[in-house]
Structures are given as structure tokens and as C-alpha cells.
Design a protein around this ligand. Structure first.
Ligand code: NAP
Ligand code: MG
Length: 501
């Protein structure tokens, strides 16, 4: 398969300039074809410090936080236009580096443009509160200010979208940023830095340093000059980020792993629910934090429903990322593919029955790391496949007999990111939605969304919200300004001359 964009060689993006690519760069091979697609620079501690210094300067003395919201919004809208102009290139980079299907990558670019436009609207309307009804001589201003220099550390599954769930919101609020994308998939983040410069973003407002998380990510997390760290990734690394952030007690927001359930009641539109159960499992090749990786299905319909899922999943097209027909692309790398398959083997040892997939369909495909969409029936709540994030297209099926049992099963994992409920009975659907411990609940839809709607987790899925007004407010601090006017009632009573002692 011919490469769409050729081998890309990148430096970092620091203080509005691109550095020369480092000699010891990190090569990226497309996990769907094995072809060399990019080389990213290996950032050093000194380069991280340079980037943070540039962001600090841009925040403390640069024009960006002092501009009007309208001016910042204009630059964000220009960035959105440039993303639209380059959307094909961005999508292809994403497909090549992640191994995700090109049609999905196009959707990621579209969503990223919509988020940027929405963040521009919020930048324009950013405001605080005035309390003018306290008493006649007392006025309170609650001012919403940008929180400072934001560190952003992002994962490999949605490199562009995860960046854009943070960047336009943070800089729209007037913050400056230093980002470390995944060392495997840094291309689109660096392209966005170029586009942001072209859109007129002042130097130092958005900096990118690539390289391994243990060096570059760790240095950003530890830096006393970073005011907020916005992290998306695994729960394990999230914990180490919190530890590293203690130096200056910086604020931390964490978007971590998930173990979502698709919960199907007999009164659902079953054809829709079958399609959704498949989609929730195979979307982004299962490498998605909000995937529905557990199917909880009512025992009255379970056998027929499962047969329909197995039938439907056979039509999912696994293939090369740049093939327009592909529904499921490659796993991010070989070890991850092996880990996904080993979890299926473990599930079988723990009593599960593989009823679809379960093997690597590599024979019919180019040289890559593929996993056939897999369904495992009879997965018990105590087992690894029920509890642990697989990050591959592997669906764990468990049956329930009542609303209480469905809720209990759905909540019986350490994660709390997103679940979906399938029932046309509003009493059932809303009752279950309210009792689920997750940041998002979908009713009769799944992996859905809009820029206006916040997303994030509870429990081991993290804290903080992205997108929506709440996702914008994350990048701000409140300052309370209290104003007294008129004569002040004195604390110290000083005798007046001539008054009796
Ligand atoms: P990861 O291993 O946690 O890595 C995420 C980012 O952290 C990468 O940029 C990584 O750098 C960096 N990193 C690694 N060690 C670090 C350290 N000690 N200090 C600072 N940064 C460090 O996650 P991943 O494997 O890329 O992505 C998969 C995970 O992300 C899954 O668990 C998934 O659920 C989660 N995720 C969550 C959401 C959400 O919104 N809740 C969205 C997407 C993904 P390098 O990899 O370059 O070394
Ligand atoms: Mg990782």
C-alpha cells in the first residue's frame, strides 16, 4: 500500500519555532502495514524546561491572556478553518500512526473542528459574576481567570481528538500550554502546532515536546512552573502523574481507563441494541476508553440476542487502516495485540466461551497486528475479562435477571467512565441511568456526543471534565474581588480630641 504522506520527520515545537529533528529520533511504523511513516524527536529534560519557560513567559508577560476573548476566539476559528483545509492530511496521519480506519479518522477530524469552534464561542462569552446586592456599600466581583501554564499529556488512541478536547478550551480561556503526545502517535499534535502558528497564535502559547512519557511526561508533571496538568491515559500512569505533581500542588485532571457496559433489557429496540453492542465493542478497534466492553443482557432474551450479535459481528470488516471499507483496523503495536489475545485465552481458562473471533486474522491482511472482533459468553464478574480494560475488540457477555442485578453488575468494576442502557421503557432506562456510577450514561445510543456535553469519569476513571462549559471552566480559576465604598466602620476606637475619657 502506497503511503499517503511519505515519511514525516519532526522536531519539537517550542516558543513558536520548530527545532531540528533529534539525531536519536523515535521511528513509527504503521501498525497496519509495517511501513515506516514518521520519526519523532526524543525530548530531553532541557527541552521540556525550554518549552515550559516559553509557556510561562507567554502567560506571565505575553499578549495572549491579555487579549479580549473575541480576539482569542478569532484565532481559534482560524485554526478550525485550517484544520478543515488540511482535514484529509490530518486524517491520513492519524490512520497511519494509530492504525485506525481512515473513515473513523475523518470523523475524529470533523469532531475536532467542531470542538474548536465551540471553544471559540466559549472564549467569546467567558465572564464572571458581579454581586451588587450584598449591601449598599459592598460589591463583590467573582472574576474567572485563566489558570496559567497547562501541561497536557495525551494517549495514542485518539491523538488529535484527545488534544483538541483540551487545547482550544485551555487557550480559549487564556492559558498557555506544553503538550507531550504519545511517542507512538505525535504527528497530528505537531501538525496542529504548525496550524496554530499559521492561524496567528503568538509564540510560546502552544508548545509540543515529543518523546517518552517517563522522561518528557514526567518532567512536565514534576515542573513547579506548570499550574495544571491535564492527563489522558491509563489509570496506572494517572496515579504516577498525581504523585509527580506534588512539587507545587498543581491542579490535576485525569481522564483514565474504562470498562463500560452495554445493558440490554427485553423491551429495547433489539435490532438497534444488537448493532450498538457490536459498534460499542469494535469502535476504534476497541482501543477506546468509553467502549462498551461488557454486554449485560437480560436472561429472557440473552440466547437470541447473543446469536444476533455473533451474526452481525461477522459482517464487520477488519482491514488495512487506509482502506475506505475498513471498520476495524490494527492494534497499536505487536505487544498490545498479544496482550489482547492473551486476555481472551485467560477468559477461556476462567470459564468463558469464545463464540466469535478470538484469533488473529493476519493471514488475509497486510503485515500488521490485527484482532478479529471477539465475543466471549459466560464471563463471571470476578474474572479478568469482566474487570480489566482490554483495549481491543473483545466483548464480555454476562446475563442478568433484574434491574437491581443489572445495576449491581454494571457498577461492580473499579472504573466509572461510560455505560449505555437499552430500553424503550423510560422508567427502566432512567432508573438505571441514575443508579450507574459513571461520568456518562447513554440511553438508546452509545459513543455519542456533542461539543456542548462534558465527559469524564468517576472512581478509577479519574476526575475533572472535558468539553462543554465544565470542560472550559476546568482551565480557569475564580478570583473574588471584594470592594467597600463609603465610610468604613472602624475596628479600633480612637478617642476623639475633646471627648470625655
Ligand atoms: P498511557 O500509557 O497511560 O500513556 C498516556 C500518556 O502518558 C502517553 O503520552 C505516555 O507517554 C505518557 N506517560 C507514560 N508514562 C508517563 C509518566 N511516568 N509520566 C508522565 N507521562 C507518562 O496510556 P496509553 O497507553 O497511551 O493509552 C491508553 C490508555 O488511555 C487506556 O487506559 C485508556 O483507557 C486511556 N484513555 C482514556 C481516555 C479518557 O478520556 N478517559 C481517553 C483515551 C484513552 P508515552 O506512551 O509516549 O511513553
Ligand atoms: Mg502506554
Amino acid at each position: 500500500m502506497a503511503l499517503a504522506t511519505g515519511v514525516r520527520k519532526y522536531g519539537h515545537h517550542i516558543d513558536g519555532k520548530e527545532t531540528a529533528p533529534s539525531a536519536d529520533g523515535l521511528d513509527r511504523w504503521c501498525p497496519g502495514t509495517g511501513e515506516h511513516v514518521a520519526t519523532f524527536s526524543r525530548g530531553t529534560h532541557a527541552e521540556v524546561n525550554e518549552a515550559i519557560t516559553a509557556a510561562r513567559r507567554a502567560f506571565d508577560t505575553g499578549p495572549w491572556p491579555r487579549m479580549s476573548g473575541q480576539q482569542r476566539a478569532r484565532i481559534l476559528l482560524r485554526l478550525a478553518e485550517l484544520m478543515r483545509r488540511d482535514s484529509d492530511k490530518l486524517a491520513r496521519i492519524e490512520a497511519e500512526e494509530v492504525g485506525k480506519p481512515i473513515k473513523l479518522a475523518r470523523g475524529d477530524v470533523e469532531s475536532s473542528i467542531a470542538l474548536t469552534e465551540y471553544a471559540a464561542a466559549l472564549a467569546m462569552t467567558l465572564h464572571g459574576d458581579a454581586h451588587t446586592n450584598l449591601d449598599d456599600n459592598f460589591t463583590g466581583l467573582v472574576v474567572r481567570e485563566p489558570c496559567g501554564v497547562v501541561g497536557m499529556v495525551t494517549p495514542w488512541n485518539f491523538p488529535l481528538l484527545q488534544l483538541i478536547q483540551k487545547l482550544p478550551f485551555a487557550i480559549g480561556a487564556g492559558c498557555t500550554a506544553v503538550c507531550k503526545p504519545s511517542e507512538l502517535t505525535s504527528g497530528t499534535t505537531l501538525e496542529i502546532a504548525r496550524l496554530a502558528t499559521e492561524a496567528g497564535l503568538p509564540a510560546g502559547v502552544f508548545n509540543v515536546v515529543t518523546g517518552p512519557g517517563s522522561v518528557v511526561g514526567q518532567a512536565i508533571a514534576e515542573s513547579p512552573d506548570v499550574d495544571l496538568l491535564s492527563f489522558t491515559g491509563s489509570t496506572g500512569v494517572g496515579r504516577s502523574i498525581v504523585e509527580a505533581s506534588k512539587s507545587n500542588l498543581k491542579r490535576v485532571s485525569l481522564e483514565l481507563g474504562g470498562k463500560g457496559a452495554t445493558i440490554v433489557f427485553p423491551d429495547a429496540d433489539l435490532d438497534d441494541a444488537v448493532d450498538a453492542a457490536v459498534f460499542a465493542n469494535v469502535f476504534n478497534s476497541g482501543e477506546c476508553c468509553v467502549s462498551g466492553t461488557r454486554l449485560l443482557v437480560h436472561e429472557d432474551i440473552a440466547d437470541d440476542f447473543l446469536a444476533a450479535v455473533v451474526d452481525r459481528i461477522a459482517h464487520v470488516r477488519v482491514g488495512s487502516p487506509l482502506d475506505e471499507e475498513t471498520d476495524v483496523g490494527a492494534m497499536i503495536h505487536e505487544q498490545h495485540r498479544d496482550k489482547v489475545l492473551s486476555m481472551v485465552t485467560q477468559a477461556e481458562r476462567e470459564g468463558g466461551k469464545v463464540v466469535a473471533g478470538g484469533s488473529d486474522p493476519v493471514d488475509s491482511l497486510p503485515d500488521g497486528y490485527y484482532v478479529a472482533p471477539t465475543v466471549v459468553d459466560g464471563v463471571a464478574p470476578g474474572t479478568a475479562l469482566f474487570q480489566e480494560e482490554v483495549f481491543g475488540p473483545v466483548l464480555a457477555v454476562t446475563r442478568f435477571g433484574s434491574v437491581d442485578e443489572a445495576v449491581e453488575l454494571a457498577n461492580a468494576v473499579e472504573y466509572g467512565l461510560a455505560n449505555s442502557v437499552w430500553s424503550k421503557n423510560i422508567d427502566v432506562a432512567l432508573t438505571v441511568a441514575k443508579r450507574l456510577r459513571s461520568g456518562t450514561v447513554w440511553i438508546n445510543t452509545v459513543i455519542d456526543g456533542a461539543p456542548q456535553l462534558p465527559g469524564g469519569g468517576v472512581k478509577a476513571s479519574g476526575y475533572g471534565r472535558e468539553m462543554g462549559q465544565a470542560g472550559f471552566d476546568e482551565f480557569t480559576e475564580l478570583k473574588t474581588i471584594q470592594i467597600r465604598t463609603g465610610a468604613r466602620a472602624k475596628f479600633v476606637q480612637v478617642p476623639q480630641p475633646g471627648s470625655p475619657d
